[in-house]
Design a binder for this molecule. Structure first.
Ligand SMILES: [Zn+2]
Length: 394
């Protein structure tokens, strides 16, 4: 079950990054929005939300403008900023794709229904509007593939049918090699009626030749205090102490903070802690023997299949945050620790586990995670990874 996703009603309701957004709105109002745009920023910063809002502003039937008498961001006066009405037929259709995860699930399910031969040829695409195509990484490899880029190229040759422009939103920056090379062609000479948005957590992953043909707009992380205020306002059910914890764990991403499931996180984290405690017991030797039975019982609860995979991913994410916190303690920057409620336990673990061990564990974790992304390993690798952690600390 996912929370319903509702887009902010106006650009002014989008949190943070005011300057960047004003520049984009000014560009749209002046008809100067770059044809190829990279929206860069951490997971949860609102890249996808903003991409949809920009698409609405470009395609809105009413093209509302907000006149800013004085802009703090640019110091300019009399600026015209593009907005969207949110109710016209173009706006509502684009907004219907607000919950990307659900839309991708639907597209994947539709593909499963196809005959085997067609399945292989069919790439996952989301089309909320005839002129707006959303291109997510194609499962199971979760890469943007040649077939998807070919669809973009093919459709970009046609004029928009119901809206002023054709918009393509690529929701990630991980491409298969041929797909990236193929995308270059359309970026070299984009048709006048086409806009391509590429959403990137790490633009460095993109080919330099792609980056050089796009304008890049960075969405920065929000300060912890701002996220705490946002949580106090939008999620009054969350206790103040938990707000601080969520704000830290969300790492500056407003969307991530608002949707944060603290109960699920602490559940996954308890299992991750068990792995670390075992490793610490093995490292210190003597009195506290590692409890292999508890470890085995825990990994046993991680089964194969989609649900097990999600559970495993949550465990690995929380383990990765714990390891990072240990590194922060080791580096003498305890004020940056995210798992603020576990400070004492983290200090204790940090006293037992060596820096080299923590680094080694982080590297091992990276490998398991990239294996999971390629869908190669499931609960089996968790077993051996958990075992490895306990052994290598001796
Ligand atoms: Zn509209």
């Amino acid at each position: 079950m996912t929370n319903p996703v509702i887009l902010p009603a106006t650009f002014n309701d989008f949190l943070g990054n005011t300057t960047a957004i004003e520049h984009l709105r000014t560009a749209i109002a002046a008809g100067r929005l770059p044809h190829s745009l990279i929206l860069a920023g951490p997971n949860g910063a609102g890249k996808y939300t903003l991409a949809l809002m920009l698409a609405m502003a470009v395609e809105c039937e009413r093209q509302p403008r907000e006149l800013r008498s004085y802009s703090e961001a640019s110091g300019a006066s009399g600026q015209s900023l593009a907005s969207f009405c949110g109710v016209c037929h173009n706006c509502t259709r684009i907004a219907s794709a607000a919950n990307l995860a659900d839309e991708v699930d639907k597209a994947v399910a539709a593909r499963e229904e196809l005959r085997e031969t067609d399945k292989k040829e069919t790439r996952v695409l989301v089309q909320p509007h005839p002129d707006v195509l959303i291109v997510p990484p194609d499962p199971p490899q979760l890469l943007i593939k040649l077939g998807q880029v070919r669809t973009i190229i093919q459709r970009s040759h046609y004029l928009p049918s119901e809206a002023p422009r054709k918009i393509f939103i690529l929701t990630a920056a991980n491409f298969m090699k041929e797909a990236a090379n193929s995308l270059l062609k359309v970026l070299e000479e984009p048709p006048a009626t086409v806009h391509i948005f590429i959403l990137a957590e790490n633009p460095g992953e993109l080919l330099p030749t792609i980056r050089s043909r796009c304008a890049t707009v960075r969405l920065g992380a929000l300060p912890v205090e701002e996220i705490e205020m946002l949580l106090a306002d939008r999620r009054p059910d969350v206790a103040p102490k938990q707000r601080t914890l969520i704000a830290r764990l969300a790492q500056g991403a407003a969307g991530k903070a608002l949707g944060f499931d603290l109960e699920a996180y602490t559940g996954a984290r308890a299992d991750a802690l068990l792995m670390l405690r075992n490793a610490a017991a093995a490292a210190s030797g003597g009195s506290a023997e590692p409890d292999h039975t508890a470890l085995f019982k825990m990994t046993e609860t991680y089964r194969a299949g989609a649900e097990g995979q999600q559970k495993t991913e949550a465990l690995l994410r929380s383990l990765s945050l714990l390891l990072e916190d240990l590194l922060l303690l080791g580096a003498g920057t305890p004020e940056l620790v995210r798992n603020t409620d576990l400070r004492q336990e983290l200090e204790r673990l940090n006293g037992v586990l060596t820096f080299a061990w923590i680094e080694g564990a982080s590297r091992g974790l990276d490998q398991v995670q990239s294996g999971m992304r390629r869908n190669l390993l499931r609960s089996l690798s968790l077993d051996s990874f958990a075992g490895q952690l306990a052994m290598s600390s001796r």
